[in-house]
Design a protein around this ligand. Structure first.
Ligand code: FEO
Ligand code: CA
Ligand code: CA
Length: 680
């Protein structure tokens, strides 16, 4: 049998800090090809003439609005050491802003450890794992009896974004969970005798989305998934999606199989996502380029990393639509790279792809309703030196009118962010050392791409702006960022948090230098931005500051924790997914810490309000070679959920490096895990 030839795929592939397998299978070795963004715009130091002063943005008040809300939710006492041997010292005691979820931060875990680590007094429980049967007629998973037909009826691979909603009138005992499946690790999924065609088809069936019902005995018991429940659903590569919004039906979205350009089969590379106020889920199509072979000759294809090279899984050999060199399928890649919306409460509903939010390597999207009712969605383009976007719906949210609200993401205005720093360039030296004013901070603008249905970019039609959004954005001069992952507004304060995960190319030869927004050269550990639109979510200006400059203060690098004592935080690297608890504490899951600070990835609570602003406390660590995704925090119930993605991905059949979650000698299975207090 021939599994995917990983050594070949990995040729010279690994730059920066990712596992070679992750590079090959998740991102199609994008970083080996170097940044896609060769535009000469951006870093705000290049556009100082356009920079707004802080006073201008703040309407002359000159106040530090990012600080104004601090303290309003209550203050905390400082931390004390957590446990002996820990390099950190966060503590139980008064919990941030009165949350019910108190815990003693765990010590950082060595990256070689194949364990799921939780705080003292807590347990972890797998809720669902790769291969678990979702339907009554689905077979139980067997390592050596896998088939595509079985996989289509079982939970998919590499769970990433995860969200839970309680099912009404269930006394808190039933919930519906949405999970996406970003990619597959064929190197550890199949016994070596597995047929090559079966590997390909099972791999395809392990992509997509899952909706599944959960059940528990009471609110202090762990959830288990319900096989055969009414809402259970797999969304697969042959599931029809409606393409909607201004670019739907355009010449850029038509193919031989879909001459109308409005019906797409399947979704790919789903990474993070968000919950809407009307109960649907958004999911971002991220590294879609890795599934298509193309001529790679047009500016648009180059800008999205599409190339004339055999793809990692070689789907194009069996399914012509994945070969965009084929006449009639040139536009197939244009039908991926969108935000998709799924209604988990209606298994018969047709999922949609919204062209109004633009096409790029969407990490995800998160929405908030502005005071005037417009729905605002934030989304990051997760690639080195790419951009941060904001969408404002044309129509407004109507409480209780779900049918109307389901249309809100179909039309609206699209913007891209340009940041300006307020410290002299000479004070940003690339080390991460704070400038003299004591903050990485400044102002910014949302630059219009589409407004009132009209293109705002010279030389681009609306359809071109939305399909080739990266090219359109290049033309207006946004800020090149260090890989925007989750972008999430706090529903309590309205402030928006951006996880910039890392960028090993920052400041290297020929690339954009460090700036106040992205202040470290060869940024290994990432940072977190806080954006304040001063109460107006539809504003085209904002103030910003860096909440965290991540890393391990015990190692030789500059870090920043909003002034909190560095010796008293959990070390944190490569922030990826974000969530909030009920009182507004920020929770961050990480992806890449093993290759950064040398510890396992995990889930961390960050205090953002009060005296302890900037305190980081590690809640859990995931097993070997896994990233932590999709956090859900239910602090009132003292519980949290994470997706454990790609455990043991550097292994191979017969030499597995992780045995999570069963630890019975078999290979690893990506799983959704619930953590809750240990039963008495
Ligand atoms: Fe799939 Fe942006 O990580
Ligand atoms: Ca400053
Ligand atoms: Ca991610």
């Amino acid at each position: 049998m021939a599994l995917i030839d990983l050594p070949l795929l990995m040729k010279d592939a690994v730059r920066g800090k990712r596992s070679a397998v992750t590079c090959a299978l998740k991102c199609a070795n994008q970083c080996a090809a170097g940044p896609c963004n060769h535009s000469d715009n951006s870093t705000f130091r290049d556009i100082a003439s356009a920079a707004l002063s802080r006073r201008t943005v703040l309407g002359g008040t000159g106040g530090a609005l990012t600080i104004a809300l601090a303290g309003t939710l209550g203050a905390c006492s400082g931390p004390t050491p957590a446990e002996e041997g820990s390099t950190t010292g966060t503590a139980e005691g008064p919990t941030p802003n009165g949350t019910e979820l108190s815990f003693t931060a765990i010590a950082p875990v060595d990256a070689e450890t194949d364990e799921f680590t939780v705080p003292e007094g807590f347990d972890w429980h797998p809720v669902i794992s790769w291969g678990d049967p979702l339907f009554e007629d689905a077979p139980d998973f067997e390592w050596d009896a896998q088939s595509a037909e079985a996989q289509k009826r079982q939970f998919g691979y590499n769970n990433d974004y995860t969200e839970l909603q309680e099912i009404p009138d269930s006394d808190g005992k039933r919930a519906v969970m949405f999970v996406n499946h970003e990619y597959t690790n064929e190197n550890i999924m199949f016994p070596p005798e597995t047929d090559e065609d079966a590997v390909l088809e099972i791999g395809m069936a392990a992509h997509g989305l899952t909706v599944v019902e959960l059940e528990r005995e009471d609110t202090s018991s762990p959830y288990a998934y319900v096989r055969g429940a009414e809402l259970n659903r797999r969304i697969l590569l042959d599931t029809e999606f409606t393409l909607d919004g201004p670019a739907a039906g355009s010449e850029l979205t038509r193919t031989t199989a879909d001459p109308e350009g409005r019906t797409v089969l399947g979704t790919l590379g789903n990474c993070s996502g968000g919950l809407t106020p009307w109960g649907t889920l958004l999911s971002g199509e991220e590294n879609f380029h890795g599934y298509f072979r193309a001529t790679g000759t047009s500016e648009a294809e180059k800008r999205y990393g599409l190339a004339d090279e055999e793809t990692a899984r070689n789907w194009e050999a069996k399914h012509e639509r994945f070969d965009a060199r084929t006449e009639g399928y040139e536009n197939e890649p244009n039908r991926f790279g969108w935000i998709v919306e799924v209604d988990p409460f209606d298994p018969e509903s047709t999922p949609r792809k919204h062209t109004s939010l633009g096409r790029f390597k969407h990490e995800g999207a998160n929405v908030i309703v502005a005071d005037d009712g417009h729905v605002v969605a934030y989304s990051g383009d997760d690639e080195v030196f790419d951009y941060l976007y904001k969408f404002v719906s044309r129509a407004t949210y109507v409480e209780g009118d779900r049918e109307h609200n389901l249309t809100l993401l179909e039309e609206g205005d699209l913007y891209v962010a340009r940041f300006s720093g307020n410290s002299p360039e000479a004070e940003i030296d690339g080390t991460g050392e704070l400038p003299a004013d004591g903050a990485f901070d400044g102002t910014g603008e949302w630059l219009p791409l589409v407004v009132d249905g009209a293109s705002q970019v010279e030389g681009f039609t609306v359809e071109e702006v939305l399909v080739n959004t990266r090219l359109a954005a290049d033309a207006v001069g946004p800020t090149k960022m260090d890989r925007c992952e989750d972008v999430e507004p706090s529903l309590l304060t309205g402030r928006v948090y951006v996880a910039c995960t890392n960028n090993s190319d920052r400041g290297t030869e020929g690339e954009a230098p460090a700036d106040e927004m992205n202040p470290r050269t060869e940024n290994r550990d990432g940072h977190v931005v806080e954006i304040d639109e001063q109460g107006d979510k539809t504003s085209t200006t904002f103030a910003w500051n860096l909440l965290l400059v991540c890393g391990d203060p015990a190692q030789d690098e500059q870090t920043y924790f909003s002034g909190f004592t560095p010796e008293q935080v959990s070390p944190i690297s490569c922030p990826d997914n974000l969530a909030f608890d009920s009182v507004g504490n920020l929770w961050i899951s990480t992806d890449g810490a093993p290759d950064g600070i040398g510890y396992s990835d995990g889930l961390f609570r960050v205090t953002v309000e009060g005296d302890a602003r900037g305190r980081v406390e590690q809640f859990l660590a995931v097993p070997r070679e896994a990233e932590t995704c999709g956090p859900i925090v239910r602090d009132v119930e003292r519980t949290a959920f994470v997706s454990v993605q790609h455990p043991g991905e550097d292994g191979e059949w017969g030499a597995h490096t992780s045995h999570f979650p069963d630890f019975d000698g078999t290979g690893p299975k990506p799983s959704v895990v619930q953590v809750l207090p240990r039963a008495e």
